[in-house]
Write a protein that binds this ligand. Structure first.
Ligand code: ATP
Ligand code: MG
Length: 147
């Protein structure tokens, strides 16, 4: 399989109504591109958590780019939202600034970023307050487990 680049934009609407639309599309695109099931699953988890955070913490949303290569899938997430002051803290399981209404809907456990890291073979989050946040994630493909 040659290298394939998929680009998506996530529009933040200030509600949960559309969360999951983009990650569902990503899942379908990867399946159609012939990516094995376990890799698709991990990429979909990472992209879903990213999509959710874009919806919750940015005014305008952001972009997700997924690059499928023979040995790996690379995910880039970028937004020009408020940024994260203390990245190390934000990465800790259980840390959340989600508002009450989000907690009342059963989200905001502070597990999104740890979950993204857990499902990645490489994970890097860089952020600048007032500028935005970038995520670079890599999932190695494991063909021996191909579905
Ligand atoms: N793109 C972003 N821009 C600004 N802040 C962010 C962004 N993504 C995450 N954060 C901050 O990092 C915190 C931790 O994020 P994480 O996804 O781990 O948990 P959560 O969104 O609060 O809860 P959960 O993902 O479990 O529903 C968030 O509460 C928020 O303060
Ligand atoms: Mg989250």
């Amino acid at each position: 399989m040659e290298r394939r680049v998929f680009a998506y934009s996530v529009v933040s609407t200030g509600s949960f109504d559309d969360v999951g639309v983009v990650s569902t599309e990503i899942k379908r695109d990867l399946e159609e591109a012939g990516v094995e099931r376990e890799t698709v699953r991990r990429v979909a988890v990472i992209c879903f958590e990213a999509e959710m955070n874009l919806a919750l913490y940015t005014e305008r949303g952001g972009n997700i780019e997924v690059v499928v290569e023979p040995e790996k899938v690379v995910i880039y997430v970028e937004d020009d939202g408020p940024g994260i002051e203390d990245v190390e803290k934000a990465m800790q399981p259980g840390y959340s600034t989600a508002p009450l209404w989000v907690h009342e809907l059963g989200f905001g456990a502070g597990m999104g970023l740890p979950n993204m890291k857990e499902n990645s073979d490489f994970f890097e989050l860089t952020s600048e307050v007032g500028k935005g946040t970038k995520i670079h994630s890599v999932v190695f493909r494991r063909r021996e487990n191909a579905a």
